[in-house]
Design a protein around this ligand. Structure first.
Ligand code: F3S
Length: 63
């Protein structure tokens, strides 16, 4: 699985980072990025939850 953040829509709320800091981080512009690619298997559930919880729904999951 890969996770992709549409940074143009990210409002930097940080929820994905607090849900799965092993995969998501905020960059210097306060936009989230997925730093662990492909997502390690043990973090997939947390990444799915982060994607579902993002208030602006900008985290896409790719098989
Ligand atoms: Fe941005 Fe959504 Fe994460 S707004 S910081 S991608 S939870």
């Amino acid at each position: 699985m890969r996770a992709q953040v549409d940074q143009s829509g990210c409002i930097g709320c940080g929820l994905c980072v607090s849900t799965c800091p092993q995969v998501f981080a905020l960059n210097s512009e306060h936009k989230a990025e997925a730093k662990a690619q492909p997502v390690p298997t043990q973090w997939e559930a947390d990444v799915r939850q982060a994607a579902q919880s993002c208030p602006v729904d900008v985290i896409a999951l790719l098989a």
